[in-house]
Design a protein around this ligand. Structure first.
Ligand code: SF4
Length: 91
């Protein structure tokens, strides 16, 4: 089994009302490196017409983007509230 197949086993409960990660697109637009594009294992950061797009649904809650963003482009990073977020399944 490849990593994609294993990721597919995980279950997400998406909090449609409250984003647990919020980015500042103005800051992101000025960021030269945009490490988020390559470090997120779930590829939730994408570039569209030169602008960073981010979708918090599917987040693995690994925290990598928070660590790698050096320009404070991520203005909020918390774990999803209550029962929301990812439920990891192994095997
Ligand atoms: Fe991607 Fe991990 Fe950041 Fe979630 S916490 S958006 S999976 S890098």
């Amino acid at each position: 089994q490849g990593p994609e197949e294993l990721l597919g086993l995980n279950k997400f409960s998406v909090d449609e009302e409250k984003a647990h990660i919020v980015i500042d697109k103005v800051i992101c637009a000025k960021c030269q490196d945009k490490p988020c594009l390559v470090v997120c294992p779930a590829v939730l950061y994408t570039l569209k017409d030169g602008e960073i797009n981010f979708d918090y649904a599917g987040c693995l809650e690994c925290g990598t983007c928070r660590v790698m963003c050096k320009n404070k482009g991520i203005t909020k990073w918390v774990y999803p509230r209550g029962t929301f977020g990812i439920a990891f399944r192994y095997g």
